[in-house]
Design a protein around this ligand. Sequence first.
Ligand SMILES: *Cc1c(COP(=O)(O)O)cnc(C)c1O
Length: 331
Amino acid sequence: MRQAMAAAEVGDDVLGDDPTVQRLEARAAEMLGKDAALYVPSGTMGNAIAVKVWTQEGDEVIVEERSHIYNLEVAHLSMISRVLPRPVPSQRGAMDPERVERAIRKRGLHIPGTSLICLENTHNYWGGAVVPLENFRAIREVADRHGLKVHLDGARIFNAQVASGVPAREFARYVDSVMFCFSKGLGAPIGSILVGPKDFIEEARRVRKLLGGGMRQVGVIAAAALVALETMIDRLADDHRRAKRLAQGLAEIPGIALDPETVETNIVFFDIVAPGWTAPAFVEAMKQHGVLCLAAGPQTIRMVTHKDVDDTDVERAIEAAQRVLRQSPPA
Ligand SMILES: *Cc1c(COP(=O)(O)O)cnc(C)c1O
């Protein structure tokens, strides 16, 4: 990636003439089976742009209760698009289509109308769960009955592809737009992309500029994203296998509550149930052993495998957790 970055041919992407970005956008659109694409600095900006383009101020947007777009993107639905999010619960990221249909509201004297449904796959806060294709099909049917758009936060759509064997473009078939990340598991330093119909992407380009996301000779980083697309997808299977092994090892440790069956991709969530231990204390103690992880709640830990974590590292992490929880908790 660093070599590709150094060698990248560049132009001014705000004017649309950076050849490396053009190649990246064409390739991403082709892979997802959509007309066009727009390179963006972050996944959050990609999602924010999609919501802004698909909605009018005051609309309602259906989001999954634990979704990234609703919980972890600094309220851009309210602050940038000025829409009302309507959260719907789910089974591991798959919202019941009947519940979605009941949540749809028709614009009226007292009522904002629903215009958009947002999906997420894989689902981050459901521990990297793959939302099944069948659920996409069912939600699409509901959306079509009511004339709604569907946006997919596919930050990790290629993890879903590798874990399920369903091509990303199959998931994309049932939605109007997709955002996915070159950072995260695909290992590029920066960047995400939005794909969708031509007129949507044209408008998205204006909104990107509005949000300060128009970048000039950005082929320098798009070159790394191209390497990610061409070479980093199939190896996600290694991350998934290692996450499974990590989960199995951790699940055997007294003081950890974890069902390895729930680990489908590269994310491992578990609870610290050892008396006196909290998630932040566990994170700090693991850091002393050279293992980095995140506290995702008072007792909840999130670990992720990626290309710089090998089999030995996984065993090291399991041993570190064993050693940490054998100690008494910090005062
Ligand atoms: C990381 C992530 C994003 C946002 O990406 P950033 O590049 O960090 O803004 C969006 N959705 C999901 C599910 C993510 O995991």
